[in-house]
Design a protein around this ligand. Structure first.
Ligand code: ATP
Ligand code: MG
Length: 258
């Protein structure tokens, strides 16, 4: 269906359609649609914008990714459906490997996502060959590329599962998560959580990385310690502020009507 640009929820409908197409083509799982719906709900509560705490987390994440020795971006079906070009571009600007890492793994899904990434301009795509097990995770969710995530020092994950995030942390990796739900286990256990939609966060991060690289002095040489707990509290406050603005409006309307 062609969605009219004038529709007030145009962007949201386009994203839904992309997920739907991903399911029809067999590389997004039906549970990917549920995960997307949960993300949409939180995005609504946030006001569908990049908040100030999210912007700060994005900046801290870009600094850390630019300074990493072996950064890897983990890609799943929803990421491939929603922003294949952006994820490939970010990997190039920050010199990170791209690895396909699926919760519900199948060779077919893996191949389809690899093809999408390559069509979007990716060079080598990791996670499609022999795998190594992340300690402490039941298979097949816990298998990663020995040359990719297994060896990485910093991993960027999106729409990730809490168990896997915790397992990566236990392996000594720094984990940066993009997750609209500040209450999820992923959000709570990552080193840096960006509470923003991947469709806004990735373009923001590309711009930030380009700007940092253009600076004559290069990207910042030291990472300030990022307080993730505080970042999450501030993101939750953004939801509260947004809700109380919307709430006070409807209270006024109520009193007018009575
Ligand atoms: P956890 O396992 O971390 O406790 P969960 O089980 O509640 O999380 P999952 O389905 O494992 O949720 O992960 C999907 C997460 O991705 C959800 O927290 C959801 O809010 C988030 N999400 C969905 N779509 C987007 C999006 N477009 N951008 C950012 N985050 C998203
Ligand atoms: Mg989960």
């Amino acid at each position: 269906m062609k969605i009219p640009r004038s529709h007030p929820r145009y962007l949201s409908l386009v994203q839904r359609q992309l997920i739907e197409e991903g399911i029809a083509k067999g590389y997004v799982t039906p549970t990917g649609m549920i995960a997307h719906g949960r993300g949409e709900a939180f995005d609504y509560l946030l006001g569908e914008r990049t908040t100030e705490p999210a912007r700060r987390a994005e900046e801290a994440a870009v600094v850390e990714l630019l300074r990493a020795q072996a950064p890897v971006i983990s890609v799943n079906g929803n990421v491939a459906a929603l922003c294949p070009k952006e994820v490939v571009e970010l990997s190039k600007v920050i010199s990170a490997k791209l690895e396909i890492n699926l919760f519900y793994w199948s060779k077919e899904r893996e191949e389809k996502i690899s093809k999408i990434l390559k069509q979007a301009g990716a060079g080598r795509v990791y996670g499609t060959g022999k795998k190594k097990k992340i300690p402490g995770l039941a298979s097949p969710r816990g298998f990663v590329d020995p040359e990719g995530i297994y060896k990485a020092d910093v991993v960027l994950v999106m729409l990730e599962d809490g168990d896997r995030t915790e397992a990566l942390r236990r392996m000594g990796k720094r984990v940066i998560a993009i997750d609209l739900n500040p209450f999820s286990r992923t959000a709570q256990s990552a080193d840096i959580t960006i509470v923003d939609n991947i469709t806004r966060a990735l373009p923001n991060m590309i711009d930030m990385a380009k700007r940092m690289r253009r600076r004559r002095s290069g990207p910042p040489t030291r990472t300030k310690i990022f307080d993730n707990e505080k970042g999450l509290r501030l993101s939750i406050k953004e939801i509260q502020k947004h809700l109380s603005r919307a709430g006070s409006l409807s209270l006024e309307e109520n009193s007018l009507g009575s």
